[in-house]
Design a protein around this ligand. Structure first.
Ligand code: PMP
Length: 387
């Protein structure tokens, strides 16, 4: 296990004078904190002996029903028996990897890919093979070629890990056409799909995308989370899995932590039951859309020629490519000296790729701070070009 690039950055980026375009922290300030406080107090008063007791390894039954209602927004038709509540979707990732991976097994993942997943895969000594992506998401032809080449070489491909909607870190979304192709390729090759979808309900312009899981209940393990639609502090996420995998997940969950926090689960359940959660998600969407616009507008106005970036339609992230010859990791110390932080691209690859890239997050700073951060960053990049 090694510390991720982001972890090391947090201390620096959290200094007040630094505009952090680095971490992907949800803007929890937009939550009705008083209401959440009352709800929690009421929960302890009314159901304290349940909330403060051990729970089941699979998770609170009522919350699992509510999770199914949330997933219906993305076309998923599932029952609570197939849901396992986890400590954020991060734990679901850990459990799935623990169940499936022996050292040396192959996991396919988009290049670039979510740094937290790469860390988990490394901890279980998986061998990650990246599949190319473009502005329309994972490229199906690359996926098919990778599977073919690996199989021919006698390697075991255990699963495809993908964040198809508003990807972290690239900010791109897999098109409907490609969704069908990806499912078809994996189905024919007998490769399980792990669909990680924490940002799916945070689209800025359209109805939620149909989840991969909606069209292949037997071939997809779906991971969801309340971290971005409510708050990461509850640490409530989930996995929706075909029966045999679900059973193993419950066993793995029990061996890891006995049961999830009953308190956190009941609090989230009570929130969903009593609060206008769809409205709250709309509030988040509008807030993040304004910040995305601030970032994209400032990049267009200020970045020197030769820089390019993605156009996210939801989620938290923009993926920027620097002009030829520049290395984002080498630029970072100077950027921090100029009081702006980003995450260098190399952290999002299991190989040595990504030197010319950086991830810019627009979820946390206010729009004016974002513009100021881009102004500082553009100045640093401009200087690098002159050097
Ligand atoms: N998957 C992706 C793609 C993420 O971006 C994150 C959070 N940054 C997670 C999983 C984990 O989220 P949590 O454990 O808070 O649900």
């Amino acid at each position: 296990m090694v510390a991720s690039e982001i972890r090391a950055l947090f201390a620096v980026a959290s200094r007040p004078e630094v505009v952090s375009l680095a971490g992907g922290m949800p803007y929890v300030n937009a939550l009705p904190l008083d209401t959440v406080g009352e709800l929690v107090a009421d929960l302890v008063a009314r159901r304290g002996t349940v909330a403060l007791q051990y729970g089941s390894g699979q998770g609170d039954p009522q919350l699992r029903e509510q999770i199914c209602e949330v997933m219906r927004l993305e076309g998923i038709d599932a029952g609570p028996d197939d849901v396992v509540v986890t400590v954020g979707s991060q734990q679901a990732l850990d459990l799935i990897t623990r169940i499936f991976i022996d050292p040396g097994d192959v996991i396919l993942a988009e290049g670039p890919s979510y740094v937290g997943a790469l860390g988990t895969f490394a901890a279980y000594q998986a061998s990650v093979v990246h599949v190319a992506m473009d502005d329309l998401g994972l490229i199906p032809e690359s996926l098919a070629e990778s599977i073919q080449a690996l199989t021919a070489a006698g390697r075991r491909v255990k699963f495809l890990y993908t964040v198809p909607t508003f990807q972290n870190p690239a900010g791109v979304t897999l098109t409907l056409e490609r969704r069908r192709q990806v499912l078809d390729i994996c189905h024919r090759a007998g490769v399980l799909v792990v669909e990680d979808n924490p940002y799916g309900l945070l689209g800025f312009d359209a109805e939620p995308m149909r989840a991969l899981r909606a069209d292949d209940p037997d071939g997809v393990v779906y991971l969801g989370s309340f971290s971005k639609t409510l708050a990461p502090g509850f640490r409530v996420g989930w996995a929706l899995a075909p029966h045999p995998i679900k059973d193993k997940l419950v066993l793995a969950m029990e061996s890891a932590v006995l049961s999830h926090s009953s308190f956190a689960q009941l609090a989230v359940g009570r929130y969903l039951e009593t609060q206008p959660w769809r409205e709250q998600i709309k509030t988040f969407r509008e807030l993040y859309r304004e910040r995305r616009d601030a970032l994209l507008g400032a990049l267009t106005a200020l970045m020197p020629p030769g820089c390019s970036w993605t156009q996210p339609a939801g989620g938290f992230f923009v993926w920027m490519t620097l002009p030829e010859g520049l290395d984002s990791k080498a630029i970072l110390p100077r950027a921090v000296a100029e009081r702006v932080a980003f995450v260098p691209g190399t952290g999002f690859y299991a190989d040595d790729s990504g030197a010319a890239n950086m991830r810019l997050s627009y979820c946390y700073p206010e729009p004016d701070r974002i513009r100021e951060g881009v102004r500082r960053l553009a100045g640093v990049i401009q200087q690098e070009l002159v050097l």
